[in-house]
Design a protein. Structure first.
Length: 709
């Protein structure tokens, strides 16, 4: 449940206190009646949303004398979140606040020399700050500790990060939380950059650690320069890109610098220069680099130049010193090929990238178990497996969102007994609200059409069913199924309807695209659209991509009719279809009325392996169409068999149109003719759209190919 509140400063604010404890710095106080009604829990996290920004806070019941539409915050929270008093915010209940593992506090004192990196004085200040954090209880990144007095000296500090994040709110645990003091000269506290495992990221963590291992090695004499310090992590929304950056930051390998859209190109270049010159290690993080170098940014060239110059500077130092400098530059984006300009993909820059895929069955199970949803012990394993089966195409972020909303449903169900376990009914209520991130703006489900809705065409239906069936006697892992099928034949012969029925019967997610809709006059946009379709289908697998009128997209390259853009579109389509082994359970269906205009490369093995001819409807198919239309239009006493014989040679679309327009005219006629009289007259007056020449064309092309009837 979300509610809107107007902000004000909490009266117990730390400003003006002689010895502030910062105990309320991270809290947001909400009227007690609203607090319970909206599903908040004391001491749990909540999301504060405003102007498209989200910040974590700790939910706390407020003063009942304050209006229930007022949320009270500390001055610290106001400054950290950049909130204005009186501003409207939206607050969303969250989950229990986790205990902090590592809290990094940066010294901001300017009048006196900074604290030494070690020694008795360093330890005294560290213990004193630990005491202050224990008093605060909850830790908000950005919280200042100004003019802290100890043994005759005043020093100032700020909480720089908690567990590598500059936005998370955590709870201080004096038994487990580690506090580190940093300053501009801090060198970090570990010598080796290495990541510990994360759920569903074993392969990606291994790849990153392989990259990090090269920081400890001298470059080989015959190594091919240049040597990059940059790496990009890409993946769709909710796959864990930001979490992985925070995981890197929490290694304590070096000083962490985060580049954001608020930084100017000159500031970014200065960050690189400082990292090269200083003696300690530096981790430079750029979360969502497209905010800097995206095509909508007016200063895009300036940002690209600054990042390019900085990365080249690091590569040159690596070549000079015969080893990489202790500087890591990690960035995130949705898609490496689309979002990172070619100028930044060169070897000395962001040459390496690691993809975070949408989790498969095992990955979802691992993620869900790591979240420890409060199911009862006896139902835990069963409910986890049920969730895994119901969450195809869900990312880790989607799963977290699903469980958070289920927890809200649980709180509403059990209030005020909040210790009750999470039940399956709480989860099922939420499934309609939460969609996979990969499917925002995509209609996953086609119209519900079954094979039984398509009369006739038994050979076509059987051929399509066989395509996805594992042959008897063959183990599934020893059999490579067909990945592409081309439906061809005269227009209006149920090719699209057949594709929709296949999606319905298999239960696969369905992506329907008209070939012409992907064509774009701008260079590279058509190829980008094709790659995006395949990527999103892989994320939502098992899935079917249906290219209707594919000839408009993938015409013969040698003809020159499509221009250079058409050549690139075909090349991209070929590349994507050739990469199916890595894309999971994705199946491609395509339809065309002009099979001879397709590029021959698409009809070779490994692309469209099966060619299925969809002819004019036979008598059974025409009977099914007439029956369906007569039921829809409420006409009785129709001789279906006679009408089916009379419509021989018509396409399915033409038969449907004859029925629809004939019945419409019969209602308008004053002499009230019977339905059969109107239909006979309509058939006799309607020319056939598919001529003998058309049929000869398809038969000739079909006879030249090894197709399936």
């Amino acid at each position: 449940m979300k509610d809107d509140y107007k902000t004000r400063i909490q009266p117990t604010d730390v400003i003006g206190q002689k010895n502030p404890t910062h105990k309320n710095a991270a809290k947001i106080f909400i009227h007690p009646s609203t607090f319970a009604q909206a599903g908040f829990a004391t001491g749990h996290s909540c999301l504060v949303e405003f102007n498209g920004v989200q910040r974590e806070a700790v939910a706390w019941p407020g003063d009942s004398k304050v209006a229930n539409n007022i949320a009270s915050i500390s001055r610290v929270f106001q400054n950290v979140a950049n909130l204005e008093l009186g501003q409207f915010i939206r607050v969303v209940p969250g989950v229990p606040v986790p205990s902090a593992q590592i809290v990094v506090i940066r010294e901001t004192t300017s009048e006196i020399p900074p604290l030494p990196d070690s020694g008795a004085e360093h330890e005294r200040w560290k213990h004193h700050l630990e005491y202050k954090l224990e008093l605060a209880d909850y830790i908000l990144p950005g919280t200042p500790f100004d003019d802290v007095f100890l043994r005759g000296s005043l020093r100032s500090f700020v909480v720089e990060s908690v567990d590598g994040s500059a936005k998370r709110v955590v709870k201080y645990d004096p038994t487990t939380t580690v506090v580190e003091i940093s300053n501009d000269e801090a060198t970090g506290v570990v010598d080796k950059l290495k990541l510990e495992p994360l759920p569903n990221m074993a392969r990606q963590i291994e790849q990153l650690n392989d990259f990090f291992n090269e920081y400890d090695m001298e470059l080989e004499n015959n190594a091919i320069p240049p040597f990059t310090c940059g790496i990009v992590i890409d993946g769709t929304h909710g796959t864990g890109k930001t979490m992985l950056l925070d995981h890197i930051a929490a290694t304590r390998w070096g000083r962490v610098v985060r580049i954001t859209e608020d930084d100017k190109p000159s500031t970014i270049l200065s960050i690189f220069e400082t990292a090269v010159d200083q003696r300690g290690a530096t981790i430079i993080l750029i979360d969502d680099i497209t905010t800097l170098i995206g095509k909508n940014n007016a200063n895009r060239p300036g940002y690209i130049k600054a990042i390019k110059t900085g990365l080249d500077m690091l590569a040159e130092k690596a070549q000079t010193d015969n080893r990489r400098p202790n500087v890591l530059v990690a960035a995130t984006c949705l898609d490496y090929l689309d979002d990172i300009p070619y100028d930044l993909q060169r070897p000395s820059r962001f040459w390496q990238h690691i993809g975070l895929p949408t989790p498969d069955t095992f990955g979802r199970a691992e993620i869900l178990r790591s979240m420890k949803p409060p199911f009862s012990a006896k139902d835990f394993d069963k409910y986890i497996l049920d969730l895994v089966d119901r969450t195809h195409a869900f990312t880790g972020g989607d799963l977290r969102n699903l469980l958070a909303k289920a927890m809200q449903a649980r709180r509403k169900r059990v209030a005020p007994q909040f210790d009750k376990p999470l039940e399956w009914e709480d989860v099922t209520k939420i499934f309609k609200e939460v969609r996979p991130s990969a499917m925002r703006d995509i209609n996953l489900k086609p119209p519900t059409i079954h094979w039984s809705d398509i009369g006739g065409y038994e050979d076509v239906k059987l051929a399509l069913q066989d395509v996805l069936r594992t042959p008897d006697g063959l183990q599934e892992n020893h059999w490579v199924p067909t990945k592409g099928v081309l439906l061809y034949g005269p227009p209006g012969c149920s090719k699209t309807m057949t594709a929709q029925a296949m999606a319905t019967e298999t239960g696969f997610n369905f992506f329907a695209v008209k070939g012409g809709e992907l064509l774009n006059m701008y260079v590279g946009e058509t190829e980008r659209s094709i790659r995006n379709i395949f990527k999103r289908a892989a994320e939502a697998s098992p899935s079917i991509i249906f290219f209707d009128e594919i000839d408009s997209l993938a015409g013969t390259r040698s003809s020159g009719s499509s221009g250079g853009g058409g050549v690139q579109a075909v090349t991209t389509l070929l590349t994507e279809m050739a990469g199916f082994e890595e894309r999971g359970n994705v199946f491609v269906l395509a339809a065309t009325n002009r099979p001879d205009s397709l590029d021959p490369a698409l009809l070779r093995p490994g692309r469209f392996d099966e060619l299925i001819y969809v002819p004019l409807p036979d008598v059974k198919a025409r009977e099914a169409i007439i029956v369906r239309m007569s039921k829809k239009l409420l006409f009785q006493d129709i001789d279906v068999e006679e009408l089916a014989k009379m419509t021989e040679g018509y396409s399915g679309a033409e038969v449907s149109n004859i029925c629809g327009s004939a019945f419409s005219r019969s209602r308008e006629a004053g002499d009230n003719p019977t339905a059969m009289e109107v239909l006979r007259a309509k058939i006799r007056s309607t020319p056939k759209g598919v001529t003998f020449e058309h049929l000869s064309y398809f038969n000739n092309w079909h006879n030249q190919r090894k197709g399936i009837f």
